[in-house]
Design a protein around this ligand. Sequence first.
Ligand code: ASP
Length: 314
Amino acid sequence: MTERRHFRSIDEVGIDSIRRLLDVTDHMAEVSRRPNPKVPALRGRTICNLFFEDSTRTRMSFDTAAKRLSADTMTLAVGSSSVNKGESLRDTVETLSAMGVDAFVIRHRTAGTPWQIAEWTNAAIVNAGDGWHAHPTQALLDAYTIRTRLGGATSFDGLSVAIVGDVRHSRVARSVTQILTMLGADVRLVAPRTLLPPVPMAPSSHDLDDVVGDVDVLYLLRMQSERMGTGLVPGGTEYTDRFALTPARARRLRRDAMVMHPGPMNRGVEITVDPSTLGQSLILDQVTNGIAARMAVLFDLLGSSGTLEDGSNV
Ligand code: ASP
């Protein structure tokens, strides 16, 4: 029996699979642009969304991705489920598995949950965000968005990227740093000292004004207030004054720079300029590409023999 594959973190997946998945994402983006953006590739497969934390775009995006591949979907509304009667995570997973689930898409506030759940089910596991740890489909869609903007470049050698803000509490920062570094980019973290991770994952600095006029990619992070202890950032407007994308900083961006944010945005905190007025913003492209990237991941785990069954091959 071949061992079940999962998509749980960028480092676990590795660079060869990432490059392959970027190519598959490109194919899925083409499917998504068709008048009828649907292929029968996962007909008869069941994908269960298990979100134990709030989400707008990731949950909707996975749901749409599964439907575009013709899979059946189950979504557990955790707030109105037996989890509220004290049912354990393990019993919840085993119960749903017994209904015949081929893949679980999991978001949980605790780092490592996707690895734990893989011990309890034969289904494939996709990590949709575990605590502060990883958000690998966000990283895949971001790498694909940059690659598309670069005309399909397969290497990001020489690309300068600044990831700005609350790096410490951000699973997005960790996964995006990993994928962009693997693809050859020079990633720099720009944050107050208190919002950098205890173990360095890339070179860092503390002055956004030093880099804002030079970078190819300015990747803004949401301030993760729900994960933050007190006293990590000064009150008042000091954080915004030093680390937000303000209209004055936006004027210093290169015309061909890319401004990105994983959402949800805290307007007035990490961004005070309206991104819809910025020619450099790729924020809505990220959302659009998220569906294609998640289609690629689900198809890679559950599809058979590289065919979408609509006559095209991947
Ligand atoms: N949506 C992303 C996540 O779930 C980013 C964020 O919430 O700040 O990690």
